[in-house]
Design a protein around this ligand. Structure first.
Ligand code: MN
Length: 711
């Protein structure tokens, strides 16, 4: 365990005039408070806050933050109260510890963290003072590092999933990439150990085969730079298994096709040296076209700066090299922690420091506007993994957007009102469809109309979270109004069926008895089939259902349980999933009305849609409701090539089974002396699940092509 003086020394190393007494007091206070408590590992509990404080010193956080780390579990887990902390350590630290305690409490109600209300509290707690989030991330990192001591597998899974879904993206968004990568990889180890093992095995094999290749390449780059008078620090490393896995998923390629399993970094003293180093590398080795990116002159919205290039370097290896200054490197690794620890001393604050705060603030806004956790996570993720395009307003202001962004994204990035009123766009002076993907350097002018409202179809053409959530919010409010109307009509009819009237007084009574806030809430629940009509009637006229014949009249009108909830369909409309394209929850979908059959759901790229191109009235915009955990399985069809060798088919089946897929059907569609092509029908939960299975298949040496079959 780290000793008291060691902790003080660590802080002094970067903050020479740190308050030593304060640190000592917190150390002793926490140790005493936790007393004889033990962790799941059997270690004294105090070792945990101490390790968390240690992580905070690695991030070079200020003394109040390190003190908060030491105290972070005292209110939650010991007799200590907020007042005790306030009295002993003052307002600032008490507020920080209180913030971290609130986050931990929200976590404890595991099932309910996804509630809008809890999530709102969560976000408000972290957007108040970024240091609360920093301590929480350090806390989570230590808990993930020691996850193997938790005996219950379900609990380990839940913590790992939450880390992957929430804490890792949050760390990324505030620019703490090292932390994010470690959190992701630790979660990956728990969530998908087989996939991780197979990647690690491949890495080990390649390392053994190439005999210290990373070191050889590093040395060679260093030598060439020195020879050309560029003083640099060069580091090479294997990418983490999860980064490789994600690349394989994103690009749908196998391990062998992946060029960047090694990453190299050149760190120099000045911006001028960055370009000089780049010049030397490009003169010495061949560059790979299309891979050069200058994030120094155009920095990423989260403040990241660096030059990226891919070269066919030493050893004939295709490698990616990142070139940056010491400070850029510090910011890239520590993100907001770096800005925040510089800001008082060196005056680095500047606009990049704001990027991370902006993000937290936007998150706060989303929470206040009642977004669900799924929405926010999806939105942060979408932006997280995409490259940027940089466009300009007619007045020359720079708008950075994720790649694939359209004029609608652009409009929302300028202002929500501009987005809401968009009717058209001019790109570089020419009228262009709203669907157009923007290119670097485009000048975009948005044509507006006061009478315009957001169109549901826009949701399929935007990639930014801001645009998506504004459109959804609008669509949702319209949709809700519709459901409320339907719910009211159903309820009125139900009351008539039992020879009663639904009066305002009756509504008030029902709201009170069934614990709804407003009449609209009640009718929305009725419209969506979340509350039985019987209950509503009974709440108002308890005696009216005594007669069994009346009761049966009512139930005939009740809603049956839906299959998979689809957004955009009025409750009760019959639909079925297209046999042609097997849509899965998560696929982009549209509905086609078919006389006598209700709505047939197709994936957006299904060939069948061509038949209805000139009948716009039949088309319905649809989306999946956020996936329920108990959603029924759907069937996906894959074409898979496997090597014609013994055991290959068994391997295929094992991989699918291990990934949680159930093979419903398997047939050979083509065979040759070297390979077999199988059509495999697999029961899966959603698109993410099938993507996981496909990636796991691609990671296997016996598998060649893997494709989803559509249309
Ligand atoms: Mn803790």
């Amino acid at each position: 365990m780290m000793r008291q003086y060691e902790l003080v020394e660590r802080v002094h190393a970067y903050e020479p005039d740190a308050d030593e007494t304060l640190l000592n007091r917190a150390y002793v206070f926490s140790m005493k408070a936790h007393g004889s408590q033990k962790r799941a590992s059997g270690d004294p509990y105090f070792s945990h806050p101490l390790e968390v404080a240690g992580i905070c010193t690695e991030l070079k956080l200020d003394t109040p933050t390190v003190v908060t780390a030491l105290l972070h579990d005292t209110i939650e887990d010991t007799e200590t109260t907020y007042e005790d902390i306030d009295r002993t350590f003052g307002k600032e630290i008490a507020a920080l510890v209180d913030g971290v305690t609130k986050l931990s409490k929200l976590e404890l109600q595991s099932e309910r963290t996804k509630d809008a209300e809890n999530f709102r509290k969560f976000v408000l707690a972290i957007s108040d003072d970024v240091r609360v989030l920093l301590v929480k991330l350090a806390d989570r990192l230590h808990n993930m590092r020691t996850l193997n001591h938790i005996p219950k597998p379900e609990k380990r899974q839940r913590i790992a999933q939450e880390t992957m879904d929430l804490y890792a993206p949050l760390a990324g968004r505030i620019g703490m990439h090292e932390l994010r990568e470690e959190l992701e990889d630790l979660s990956f180890r728990e969530l998908n150990p087989d996939a991780r093992d197979s990647i690690v095995k491949r890495q080990d094999f390649l390392t053994a085969e190439s005999g210290g290749r990373v070191q050889r390449i590093t040395d060679e780059i260093k030598r060439v730079l020195t020879q050309n008078n560029v003083e640099a620090w060069v580091r090479g490393r294997q990418k983490r298994p999860f980064s490789i896995w994600r690349k394989m998923q994103e690009k749908s390629i196998s391990f062998e096709q992946l060029s960047d399993i090694m990453g190299f970094r050149v760190v120099v003293g000045s911006v001028a040296d960055c370009y000089k180093a780049l010049g030397v590398l490009h003169m010495t080795w061949r560059t790979v076209p299309g891979r050069f990116k200058d994030y120094i002159s155009l920095k990423k919205p989260n403040g990241y700066q660096s030059l990226h290039t891919t070269i066919v370097g030493p050893d004939n290896a295709r490698i990616e090299v990142q070139i940056r200054t010491v400070q850029m490197n510090d910011i890239a690794e520590r993100g907001v922690a770096a800005h925040w620890s510089y800001k008082d001393k060196v005056g680095v604050e500047g606009e990049e420091a704001h990027a991370a705060y902006d993000f937290l603030q936007r998150l706060g806004e989303m929470a206040r506007e009642g977004e669900t956790l799924e929405d926010v996570i999806e939105n942060t993720r979408l932006e997280l993994f995409q490259d940027q395009v940089f466009c300009f307003t007619p007045k020359g202001a720079l708008i950075a957007l994720p790649k694939g962004a359209t004029p609608v994204d652009f409009a929302y990035a300028v202002h929500t009102d501009v987005g809401n009123q968009t009717v058209g766009a001019r790109i570089n002076g020419r009228a262009a469809p709203l669907r157009t993907q923007l290119q670097n350097g485009d000048e975009v002018e948005i044509v507006r109309s006061k009478s315009q409202t957001p169109q549901p179809a826009w949701e399929t053409m935007v990639v930014t979270g801001k645009a998506r959530s504004a459109i959804r919010r609008y669509v949702r409010s319209v949709h809700r109004a519709e459901i409320v109307k339907i719910g009211r009509r159903i309820a009125e009819k139900a009351f008539l069926q039992v020879d009663q009237q639904l009066t305002e007084k009756g509504i008030d009574e029902a709201i009170k008895r069934l614990k709804f806030k407003t009449g609209d809430d009640l009718f929305a629940a009725v419209g969506q089939g979340q509350v039985a009509l019987k209950e509503v009637v009974q709440a108002v006229f308890p005696e009216s259902l005594a007669d069994p014949s009346r009761r049966s009249r009512l139930t005939a009108n009740g809603h049956g349980p839906g299959l998979i909830p689809i957004r955009g369909l009025t409750a009760g409309v019959a639909y079925h999933l297209g046999e042609c394209c097997h849509p899965l929850p998560g696929d982009r979908i549209v509905g086609l009305m078919k006389a006598g059959q209700g709505v047939v759901v197709h994936t957006i790229d299904c060939d069948k849609l061509a038949e209805a191109l000139d009948e716009p009235d039949r088309w319905i915009d649809l989306g999946w409701e956020s996936f329920a955990a108990d959603a029924p399985e759907s069937t996906a069809r894959l074409d898979v090539d496997i090597k014609n060798e013994s055991g290959a088919l068994a391997t295929l089946c094992t991989i699918i089974a291990k990934a949680g897929g159930n093979i419903a059907n398997l047939k050979v569609v083509e065979r040759s002396s070297t390979f077999f092509r199988f059509a495999v029908d697999i029961e899966v939960r959603d698109v993410k699940h099938v993507t996981n299975i496909m990636t796991a298949l691609r990671a296997s040496p016996v598998v060649g092509l893997v494709e989803r079959v559509r249309g």
